[in-house]
Design a protein around this ligand. Structure first.
Ligand SMILES: N[C@@H](CCC(=O)N[C@@H](CS)C(=O)NCC(=O)O)C(=O)O
Length: 203
């Protein structure tokens, strides 16, 4: 049985959303998003940096949300929700799958740190502004890519669990504006999916 090491309101939601979407049986180890749990010796044996998500599948234990999503799609969905290598969508599948951790994660983390995590006196408006501008540029690229499409490569696919999930978080952070109608509609479509709702409401 698949076992997901999870904490609410984190990248682990991506994996939980996928498991729910595929209706796969799984066991959940939900931990508080707190150093006491994440940096414990027990969890550091699963992830050397004490982070989530971590997925166990029998004797296999892996981390990195993108690797886990790809692993589940290949191993438990026979490559479904993923275009075949010779299809026209495949290069763009790869692009949008990796865009999330490669381009969005860093400014998004900075925005979270300078709007939520740090106490007001330690927040830096310059650093925050730079991160917001970088996030806006990434969202502008997504806005263009979504023109005439429901989902990033057309049909609902694995990229939604990565870059799509990032878009929902950027929306929560107030970064998706009225000037981005395609991204707004995309976020609404994702947020209306029952599997997504189950994942983000799981504590
Ligand atoms: N690139 C990694 C990032 C993992 C990561 O940083 N996870 C965050 C939660 S979203 C975490 O565990 N943070 C706890 C910490 O930094 O102590 C992935 O995609 O899995």
């Amino acid at each position: 049985m698949l076992k997901l090491h999870y904490a609410p309101n984190s990248r682990a939601e991506r994996v939980l959303w996928l498991l729910e979407e595929l209706e796969l049986p799984y066991e959940l180890n939900s931990m508080p998003f707190h150093p006491e749990a994440l940096k414990s010796d027990e969890h550091r044996q699963r992830h050397p940096l004490g982070r989530i998500p971590v997925l166990e599948d029998g004797d296999v234990s892996i981390y990195e949300s993108g690797a886990i999503i790809d692993y589940i799609l290949e191993k438990h969905k026979n490559g479904g929700l993923k275009p075949t290598v010779d299809s026209a969508e495949f290069p763009f599948y790869l692009q949008w799958f990796h865009f999330c951790e490669g381009m969005i994660a860093q400014p998004m983390n900075t925005i979270v740190v300078h709007t939520i995590i740090l106490p007001p006196e330690r927040r830096d408006e310059t650093v925050l502004g730079q991160a917001q501008r970088l996030a806006s540029k990434s969202l502008a690229a997504i806005e263009t890519a979504l023109e005439g499409k429901e989902y990033l490569i057309g049909d609902f696919s694995g990229v939604e669990f990565m870059t799509g999930h990032c878009c929902t978080k950027l929306s929560d952070l107030g970064c998706v504006t009225d000037e981005m109608p395609n991204v707004k509609g995309y976020v609404e479509r994702i947020e209306s999916r029952p599997a997504f709702q189950k994942a983000i409401s799981t504590q």
